[in-house]
Design a protein around this ligand. Structure first.
Ligand code: PLP
Length: 295
């Protein structure tokens, strides 16, 4: 039986799928930036060498926006002695699948490399108005044996009848924007995310932004009203902002100003301190660890 490998920062749907399919699962640790821990992956691959590997890699983890290194994962599999027909790599590129292809220095996710599939959400970066997504796979993995006579077609779905309108919408959004606009959106969002990161950093706030990512992770705000006002997602001591194409510098400045005003109030008594995020971000990205080191 195959074994599914997924880093602990993978989307919850991966773990849900593993439960539904009753698959054996190996959860892999992550590095502080949210990337899969290649050493942990290697040691678990070696221990389970007798079982074919299905590996989920993240092209943008949900919370920290970390991009796993596909080439390094392939290298790790080869180093561990897995042959091409003994592993399957799925690339979960829900958010960044429509960003990375347009970024010159980003590593390419391509079927020229030994991947099995890639999935992308249509309602995230592309902005389709209803939830939708696509999975692209190799023809050899699509069953051609399940010809259903009365629909006069093969059944390539898991759940049965599907809404055919959403792929058309996805196609429409792709063609309406076109290559140039998608590239511009990708570059602008990455620049805007860097702008937000720099503003937070200059203000002495712990913040992290992965390379080629649009997900800015920072200290969790103390007040749920602020969290609600800006519709922030929070996890443990962190919150994140995903700088999507609709987000302008003015919006970012407005958010920053509001955060700074509120922080003055939260920390005015000197008793409450911003959370230490050294474990989450690494001490180089945690302001409090920085201060401790310099004091
Ligand atoms: C890495 C990752 N995979 C999958 C999903 C789920 O995608 P969808 O909303 O298309 O179900 C998300 C959503 O946040 C995600 O971040």
């Amino acid at each position: 039986m195959e074994l599914l490998y997924a880093s602990k920062d993978s989307h919850y749907s991966i773990f849900k799928a593993a439960r539904l399919y009753r698959m054996e699962l190996q959860t892999i640790n992550t590095l502080v930036n949210g990337e899969i821990d290649y050493e942990d992956l290697q040691s678990k691959l070696l221990v389970n060498k007798n079982k074919p590997a299905i590996i989920n890699i993240n092209i943008g983890t949900t919370f920290k926006g970390a991009i796993d290194d596909l080439d390094f994962v392939i290298q790790t599999l080869e180093n561990c002695g897995y042959s091409n027909d003994n592993y399957y790599i799925h690339c979960d590129a829900a958010l960044c699948g429509l960003i990375l292809p347009f970024i010159k220095h980003a590593k390419k996710i391509t079927f020229k490399k030994p991947i099995g599939s890639i999935s992308i959400s249509g309602h995230k970066f592309l902005g389709c108005p209803m939830p939708c997504g696509i999975q692209i796979t190799r023809k050899t993995y699509v069953s051609t044996h399940s010809k259903i006579e009365y629909i006069n077609s093969t059944d390539a779905t898991i759940s049965g009848s599907r809404n055919g309108f959403t792929p058309i919408f996805l196609w429409y959004c792709l063609s309406k924007k076109g290559h140039a606009r998608l590239q511009q959106d990708s570059i602008t969002c990455i620049e805007n995310a860097r702008y937000l990161k720099d503003r937070l950093l200059e203000a002495g706030i712990s913040v992290m932004l992965n390379e080629f990512s649009i997900t800015v992770v920072f200290e969790r705000p103390c007040d749920h009203k602020f969290v609600g006002r800006w519709n922030l997602c929070c996890l443990r001591g962190m919150a994140h902002v995903v700088v999507m194409p609709g987000i302008t510098r003015e919006t970012i400045d407005g958010f920053f100003k509001d955060l700074m005003q509120e922080r003055k109030r939260w920390f005015q008594d000197g008793k409450t301190q911003p959370p230490c995020l050294a474990d989450e971000f690494g001490s180089q990205n945690c302001i409090c660890s920085h201060n401790k080191m310099h004091n």
